[in-house]
Design a protein around this ligand. Structure first.
Ligand SMILES: Cc1cc2nc3c(=O)[nH]c(=O)nc-3n(C[C@H](O)[C@H](O)[C@H](O)COP(=O)(O)OP(=O)(O)OC[C@H]3O[C@@H](n4cnc5c(N)ncnc54)[C@H](O)[C@@H]3O)c2cc1C
Length: 425
């Protein structure tokens, strides 16, 4: 029987360890020393590095890279199960070496990088000796790549890049992968001509003025930027979706706990039917999202990221919607407490519109899904839909014409079936 929703016991053991480790080690670190796992500060490293080492010792470091790209080859399905835990904690992905945007950047370095590029950037990224950023969106256009203008011009052994990017997350402290209209380039942050504006913080506005990089910094083929971008963004989106399942689960858990803990109008609020409706709807939406994400991960493992393109796009916009709906209901069930920053719910709900924009706005992904799905359909032949019952019945009667002609009882039965439809119509 091929349909199987179980997790193999050895991996379940690992997942149990991850849950416990995140609760007892990662969460305390992030509550008391936020940002420590990203920091280069020796005191922060002394706190975070031993946790990263424990992850390595368990064989759980940087699980996102498949075997053909030099990774451990656990596959996306196992990564999805792992991310269902890591996504609950802000800094868990970096403690496990699976943080965005590095995962997507490493994936294209692994897939398209030359041996020199891998030595120079992939290996240090894998070790977290450096972090990376991805510079694609431009101030004048994000959703429509035909509006991008940043361009590289070849000059001897170098490329000279000019343009302006915006929302390059983490660009101020990273090696940057810059998408030009004519190719993808690796640009170290301290290259002359890279100017990082003071705002927005974190998601940087960057001007590239006569930025010179060696010819060897071209990643993939000349004019191959769009293909690389698809590969990079596809992987990144499914990883976000996996972590969103964790966030939705956290909101759901909080809603259920509170529903059983709080009383109003003479009973625990879990006994009010509208609270039950919030729980029931959220349960169904959480599991629909989860199964969509796991099915997509399974498709990637059994086929390819390209083959899962439609599913990844569906995950992208479903994540944002389910996170918004479930975190809103949970916040509501927690009442005034839910509106404060004393629980994770307010930030989760406030973050849901971001999720519908980052990595491509939902509308664009819906268009992708609709277009791809429609490739499997054809227009109806003639005036009526294929499922037009009178036409199908007429065809069916021809199949039984011999029986109907030979047996008056069967003829009466068939006529009655026909009349019942005709009457209803
Ligand atoms: C937190 C965060 C982190 C990000 N990190 C990065 C990063 O690291 N690197 C990077 O390069 N970019 C990054 N981005 C940018 C992100 O990729 C863009 O915001 C996104 O592609 C949308 O572009 P835009 O913001 O210019 O919106 P626009 O393209 O201006 O779209 C605005 C609105 O127009 C409508 N719209 C646009 N196109 C269509 C359409 N085809 N059909 C229907 N309606 C449409 C939608 O309502 C949409 O929400 C990040 C964004 C956020 C919010």
């Amino acid at each position: 029987m091929a349909w199987d929703f179980s997790t193999e016991p050895e991996f379940q053991e690992q997942l149990d360890w991850v849950s416990e480790f995140c609760r007892t080690e990662v969460e305390p670190l992030e509550l008391v020393f936020p940002g420590a796992p990203y920091s280069r500060d020796p005191k922060a490293k002394a706190l975070a590095d031993p946790l990263k080492q424990q992850v390595r010792d368990r064989g759980l470091w940087a699980l996102f890279l498949d075997k053909d790209l030099g990774g451990p080859g656990f596959g996306q399905l196992k990564l999805a199960l792992l991310n269902e835990i890591l996504g609950r904690y802000r800094s868990a992905p970096v403690v496990f070496g699976t943080q965005a945007p590095d995962t997507g950047n490493m994936e294209i370095l692994a897939a398209y990088g030359t041996p020199e590029q891998k030595d120079k950037w992939l290996d240090p990224l894998m070790r977290q000796d450096m972090f990376s950023a991805y510079s694609m969106t431009e101030p004048q256009g994000g959703s429509d790549p035909t509006m991008f203008r940043t361009r590289a011009v070849r000059d001897g052994d170098e490329w000279v890049i000019n343009g302006e990017k915006w929302f390059t997350s983490g660009g101020s402290h990273a090696v940057i992968i810059v998408m030009c209209v004519n190719g993808m380039f690796v640009v170290p942050r301290d290259t002359p001509g890279v100017e990082i504006m003071s705002y927005p913080q974190v998601h940087n506005h960057i001007r590239y003025t006569d930025v010179r990089v060696p010819a060897g910094n071209l990643l993939g083929p000349e004019d191959g930027a769009r293909v690389l971008a698809q590969r990079r963004l596809g992987g990144g989106r499914i990883h976000h979706a996996m972590r969103t399942v964790a966030q939705v689960r956290l909101a759901f858990d909080m809603m259920c706990e509170r529903a059983l803990s709080r009383e109003s109008h003479g009973r625990v609020i879990a006994e009010h039917q509208m609270v039950q409706e919030a729980i029931a709807d959220s349960y169904a939406e959480l599991n629909m999202l989860r199964l969509l994400v796991l099915w997509t991960a399974w498709t990637i493992d059994n086929s390819s990221t390209q083959a899962a393109r439609t599913q990844i796009a569906a995950c992208k916009y479903t994540c944002a919607r389910v996170l918004r709906e479930v975190s809103y209901r949970a916040l509501h069930v927690l009442g005034s407490l839910g509106t404060t920053n004393l629980t994770p719910l307010q930030a989760m709900f406030a973050g849901s519109p971001t999720m519908a924009i980052a990595d491509g706005v939902d509308e664009v992904h819906k268009v992708t899904v609709a277009r791809n799905v429609l490739k499997g359909y054809s227009p109806q032949e003639g005036l009526w839909p294929t499922e037009y019952i009178p036409a199908r019945r007429e065809a069916a009667r021809k199949k039984y014409a011999g029986l109907i002609a030979a047996d008056p009882d069967l003829a009466a039965w068939a006529d009655m079936a026909e009349r019942s439809i005709t009457r209803r119509a």
